[in-house]
Design a protein around this ligand. Structure first.
Ligand SMILES: Cc1cc2nc3c(=O)[nH]c(=O)nc-3n(C[C@H](O)[C@H](O)[C@H](O)COP(=O)(O)OP(=O)(O)OC[C@H]3O[C@@H](n4cnc5c(N)ncnc54)[C@H](O)[C@@H]3O)c2cc1C
Length: 287
């Protein structure tokens, strides 16, 4: 795992976070600087103690990655959006979780999660830059509601020879036809067959490009495990839905690793919501 051991994140009072000196979707630090100018003082939080890596190699091959780009909103914002229903104080200012208001926010968020009162959770955003195999990205792209994507174009750019090779080749599950279990017997041979196929495909891709075939057609010979990059932005409601589906035991192991990393950031920035969501999941699982 490539880790950022020491880093500084800038957190505005609206809860918008950006790593200092780091590119974001709006260009080099532009958005944060604009906000700083508009809103005055910002709180600087040194997160050197954080256990969350700046860039996590979730599949453990030195190519895959999840990088947190920005966060907007907070538990307080979610609680404030809910309280507007009964015309109560709607200040989204950060509060001590142990204070009376903090406890009240926790209770309110728990109530909303339990009763599926989902819209207050939509007043938030969390953006990741993801490097993932095409087959994982294809699964991510199936999430239509409250999720935004921008993906590397295989028409604009040439794919690099970067392929996901599983550390463990699993067997086809016997009961669930869509799933996998255990490990194949001939791991070394399996790995060779798999990697030779990727190599041959990439050589064909390069040959087609040399023959003058356009990138948008030549990419047709590349395998599903070819790496690509994308930005993915959730609101907390859509993130919880994504995590419900992609952390469930019947999800594919590879997308589950990405979901786990998303969940770690979710927990860090929306701790009350994360706790309420986890408790509901555990209760539903009978745990
Ligand atoms: C384990 C697993 C196996 C899967 N296997 C397959 C498969 O074999 N083949 C396949 O094609 N897909 C498969 N999928 C993808 C799955 O069908 C969904 O497309 C994907 O999980 C996104 O879920 P979603 O539609 O709930 O999310 P979103 O698209 O984000 O939608 C969120 C919610 O909005 C509502 N909604 C969205 N669109 C509509 C609509 N048009 N009409 C009414 N309500 C809507 C629903 O309540 C939905 O749950 C699989 C997913 C998982 C987790």
């Amino acid at each position: 795992m490539r880790s950022a051991t020491r880093e500084t994140r800038r957190v505005s009072h609206s809860g918008i976070m950006e790593r200092s000196g780091q590119r974001n979707v709006n260009g080099a630090c532009g958005l944060s600087n604009q906000r700083e100018a508009q809103h005055g003082a910002q709180e600087t939080v040194n997160e050197s103690e954080s256990t969350i890596a700046a860039q996590a190699d979730v599949l453990g091959d030195g190519i895959s990655s999840v990088e947190l780009i920005q966060v907007m909103g907070s538990d307080e914002m979610i609680a404030a959006a809910a309280r507007v229903s009964y015309a109560k104080d709607t200040s989204p200012m950060p509060v001590n979780p142990l204070s009376e208001r903090g406890q009240s926010n926790a209770k309110l968020i728990r109530y909303m999660i339990d009763h599926e009162h989902g819209s207050p959770f939509e007043h938030t955003l969390i953006t990741f830059r993801v490097t993932a195999p095409l087959f994982v990205v294809q699964e991510m792209l199936r999430h239509r509601i409250g999720v935004s994507f921008n993906q590397q174009s295989g028409r604009f750019t040439e794919f690099k020879p970067e392929f996901y090779t599983p550390k463990v080749f699993r067997q086809q599950a016997t009961k669930n036809k869509q799933s996998s279990e255990g490990e194949v017997k001939y791991a070394g041979l399996t790995r060779n067959v798999y990697q030779m196929a990727n190599l041959a495909a990439y050589e064909s891709y390069q040959s087609l490009l040399r023959l003058g075939v356009c990138r948008e057609q030549a990419r047709g010979v590349l395998p599903h495990c070819t790496y690509t990059s994308l930005y993915i932005t959730f609101n907390v409601r859509s993130l919880m839905h994504f995590l419900d589906l992609r952390l469930s035991p019947d999800a594919q192991w590879e997308i589950m690793q990405y979901a786990r990393e998303f969940a770690r950031h979710f927990e860090q920035f929306f701790p009350l919501t994360h706790r309420a969501w986890m408790e509901k999941r555990l209760a539903e699982d009978g745990g």
